[in-house]
Design a protein around this ligand. Structure first.
Ligand code: KMH
Ligand code: ZN
Length: 292
């Protein structure tokens, strides 16, 4: 089997295929406003299967409780990881960002559900009318706990300065589990970096040597960010966490619709979707272990 990456390229290891991550739910949208948002475990698993079928290789997971409210309940997270592993081959990434109201202790405990991957946001950012808090000591704790458990981080970047923090983290505390650095640029959050080509290019100049990146554009920045990321050799994140419109005036039907479009564009770019196993190879993901 050929390796999904080659060592050369202007921006880290240039991949011959595209990692498509689906972020199906998020913590911000209300089920009452968005009835097709997957919030139950059955809805999540069914969405995950549909998305895998049309090209997703990884799933970025936020879960909801019985009242469809965001939760970081460890038992539910553990059950979710098990169900996604049983019913799909997707790389399972849990959000440690949670909702803006979640305390740090709950966000750290997410790692005890032993997902393959977890998000690690690299700084505090205004988040609409809220603040998404990520203190330096908290980031370091997340990074170290992930490494202890063999969980591969995805460093989430909401603003350019957070890439400077990523350099500082890696310089002071070393590489993550798997030895590979993967970054996700979350663009177009009100309060964060804009979702446009110029900002994406600026971000790429700040990536650590050898890092891979994906990008997602929130709301109407979804398409411009997707096209820019593809043309720059990057990977893609799409899903209803990030956008609820497929086109102007046309609500998203479901997550698979967004994944299918991303997969089609990736094929046009001659970097077709990576399978979940190819994504594992790209990220250096192995099955995580509890700490003794
Ligand atoms: N829900 C946002 C406050 C992550 O998943 O790590 C944070 C977020 C990032 O979605
Ligand atoms: Zn998220």
């Amino acid at each position: 089997m050929s390796s999904p990456t080659s060592p050369s390229g202007p921006v880290g290891p240039r991949s011959s295929g595209t990692l498509i991550t689906v972020a199906p739910t998020g913590a911000e949208h209300r089920k009452s406003d968005v009835p097709n948002l997957p919030v139950t475990l059955a809805e999540l698993v069914s969405t995950a299967q549909d998305c895998e079928r049309v090209g997703a290789g990884m799933i970025h997971v936020h879960i909801r409780d019985a009242a469809a409210q965001p939760t970081l309940d460890l038992g539910l997270l553990t059950e979710t990881v098990a169900a996604l592993r049983a019913e799909t081959n997707l790389v399972v990434q849990l959000s440690t960002g949670g909702a803006v109201t979640d305390p740090e202790s709950d966000r750290l405990r997410v790692l005890d559900a032993l997902p393959d991957s977890a998000s690690c946001t690299m700084g505090t950012v205004n988040f609409g009318d809220d603040v998404f808090m990520n203190r330096w000591e908290f980031i370091v704790e997340l990074h170290q706990r992930m490494r202890d458990r063999g969980i591969v981080p995805e460093y989430e970047i909401f603003d350019l300065g957070q890439l400077a923090s990523l350099h500082r983290l890696l310089d002071k505390h070393g590489l993550p589990a798997g030895g590979h650095v993967h970054v996700d640029l979350v663009m177009g959050v009100p309060g964060g970096m804009p979702g446009d080509v110029q900002t994406l290019v600026a971000a790429l100049r700040l990536l650590p040597e050898g890092a891979s990146f994906s990008a997602t554009g929130i709301g109407r920045t979804s398409l411009p960010v997707m096209l820019a990321a593809l043309s720059a050799g990057g990977h893609l994140r799409v899903g209803m966490e990030d956008t609820l419109s497929y086109a102007k005036g046309e609500p998203v039907r479901d997550n698979a619709q967004l994944v299918a479009r991303a997969a089609g564009l990736a094929r046009i770019a001659q970097r077709p979707p990576l399978s979940a196993d190819e994504v594992r190879a790209l990220l250096g993901a192995a099955r995580p272990e509890p700490v003794a």
